[in-house]
Design a binder for this molecule. Structure first.
Ligand code: G16
Length: 545
């Protein structure tokens, strides 16, 4: 009997909407939740094939739309080391999602199996989870049909954060290796990261309460469990926007994306000078910090501030450990504030490279560095230790107690960091560790450099697919002539910089601008957004200050 014998029958239960073309974008498929049943079913089929192509290793499937509106949902595949799906498979995902009939679904599976030389006798293994969205149960049922159609050995991790699922996948696939990543359970996750945190902060002065805005998403229950597991005044938290039961609250006027884009505190949070605040996004893979100064002015500590803090700390520890030839580097995207890039290059004297938006792109660049810190300005990122760096650290024979301490701290930091993907909870513990060890307030952290004023806008257009970019998404090649308009607007403002790119997670075009003053920056951002609206089929209200 063919391995795909049952697929057509199951597929008939999840017909594809004829009027939608799906695309595996920045972070998998994302659109209105109810329209995604066929796509999630088919993602289950592909996850099975991917597992077989990896000789039966576990592949993850996460049902989430992260920072997007509650009515949206999405699905993405997690590769065997907990990283994002290998890019060469993204095309398969798009192809199968758009197959117009059940028999075409089967044909595409058969052709992938042949192209990839897959041994269909291997039993596939898939681990899956979802966030708190109302369309989650419907999509989960579709996924389970996809897994049943190919007789997958499936593990349901329930409602967890996206980075927790990435962690579980890595744990499952390294369980019998010389370096197991950890226990693939929520409590294993909390114990691993919690214990590493306590090892690093032990004996230091206690910090004040950290107020966490959980975007009314899955991060709320999970960070409470983490705090219970840590059970120490070193992690004294208060969770705001932690309501996952009331419909219509997820990511609304709160969460990391709202705080970063609007540069203001989330709903229900009144900032008190010297208070400490951070926001997760809806599936807790991003984090930003913020505070109010003595005049009540809001200050944001975004992904750039996190990467510079972390890179500085790692650079100093590597120097104290006396390891030669071990270079800390930083990966950024075009959204990185110009001041942060100058600070990394000129003050920290660390190498920095640019990648396209999407942590999958940054991750691959960071893998090339000895110790690579990658963060998008929106607060999505992590740190990677490359195997050569690990070997060099293992080879060091410390000559002094200070050197031994630095090496121990580097190992503990590695245990504290979720190397599979950007993770708000692990990143938060990392930032907390560094601040506690340095005895710093958020204001002291912020003092390293001053951001150029920046603005991020969204423009809704008839067809965002006409927008094509080059040069790490900093220049438009289509629509023809629009880049020239952007360049002429940028030239009018001192320290001006602006770029336009289509979102891969929302039906919109993003406009970023920065300039020497707030007023110049806003003028530039709205002028570019207006040009996009006028010249590329803007819909709804024309962007205006
Ligand atoms: C996802 C990706 C991020 C990306 C963001 C926005 O975040 O994982 O790497 O920066 O989307 O992407 P775009 O500008 O293409 O819409 P999340 O937190 O929504 O998963």
């Amino acid at each position: 009997m063919s391995a795909f014998a049952q697929v057509a029958e199951y597929s008939a239960k999840h017909p594809k909407p004829s009027d939608i073309t799906f695309e595996y974008g920045t972070a998998g498929f994302r659109t209105i939740g109810e329209t995604l049943e066929s796509t999630v079913f088919r993602a289950g089929l592909l996850a099975a094939l991917r597992s077989q192509s990896k000789h039966g290793q576990v592949i993850g499937v996460m049902i989430t739309a992260s920072h997007n509106h509650e009515r949206d949902n999405g699905v993405k595949l997690v590769d065997s080391m907990g990283e994002m799906l290998q890019q060469s498979w993204e095309g398969y995902c798009t192809d199968i999602a758009n197959a117009s009939s059940d028999s075409q679904v089967v044909d595409i599976l058969a052709s992938i199996a042949q192209l990839e030389g897959i041994d269909m006798s291997i039993r596939p293994k898939v681990a899956y989870a979802r966030d708190t969205r109302p369309s989650g149960p419907l999509l989960q049922a579709a996924l389970e049909d996809g897994l049943a159609a190919l007789d997958v050995e499936a593990t349901n991790f329930g409602i967890v954060t996206t980075p927790q699922l990435h962690y579980f996948v890595r744990c499952l696939n390294t369980a019998n290796s010389p370096s197991p990543y950890g226990e693939p359970t929520e409590s294993g996750y909390n114990t691993k990261y919690g214990q590493a945190f306590l090892r690093l902060v032990d004996g230091k002065p206690l910090p004040s309460t950290l107020h966490i805005d959980a975007a009314n998403g899955v991060g709320a229950p999970q960070v409470r469990k983490l705090a219970d597991a840590i059970g120490s005044p070193y992690f004294n938290i208060e969770v705001n926007n932690g309501d996952t039961d009331t419909l219509g609250k997820l990511n609304i006027d709160c969460g990391a994306d709202y705080v970063k884009s609007n540069q203001r505190s989330p709903v229900g949070t009144t900032l008190v000078p010297s208070g400490r605040y951070c926001s997760f996004d809806g599936d807790a893979d991003r984090i930003v910090y913020y505070y109010a100064d003595d005049h009540g002015i809001f200050h944001l500590l975004d992904g750039d501030k996190i990467s510079t803090l972390v890179a500085t700390y790692l650079r100093d520890l590597v120097a104290a450990a006396g390891v030669t030839d071990l270079q800390v580097g930083v990966v950024q995207t075009a959204y990185a504030n110009g001041s942060s890039t100058s600070y990394i290059k000129d003050t920290l004297r660390l190498p920095t490279v640019f990648a396209k938006t999407g942590v999958k792109h940054l991750h691959h660049e960071a893998e090339k560095m000895s110790i690579g810190a990658y963060f998008e300005a929106n607060g999505h990122g992590t740190v990677l230790f490359n195997p050569c760096a690990v070997e060099k650290l293992q080879a060091v024979r410390p000559a002094t107690p200070a050197q031994a301490d630095a090496i121990n701290r580097l190992w503990a930091l590695r245990d504290l960091i979720n190397e599979s993907v950007g993770d708000a909870m692990s990143d938060m513990l990392l930032v907390e560790t560094i601040l506690i060890c340095k005895g710093w307030t958020l204001e002291q952290w912020d003092a390293a450099y001053t951001d150029l004023p920046s603005r991020l806008l969204k423009v809704v257009v008839n067809d965002r697919n006409i927008f094509k970019t080059t040069d790490a998404e900093q220049k438009l090649t289509s629509p023809l002539g629009l880049q020239g308009v952007v360049d002429s607007l940028v030239a009018k403002f001192p320290k001006g910089r602006s770029f336009v790119r289509p979102s891969g997670t929302e039906d919109a075009v993003r406009v970023y601008a920065e300039a020497a003053t707030r007023s110049d920056c806003d003028q530039l951002a709205y002028a570019v957004a207006g040009a996009v609206f006028d010249k590329a089929g803007g819909r709804g209200d024309r962007p205006a200050e």
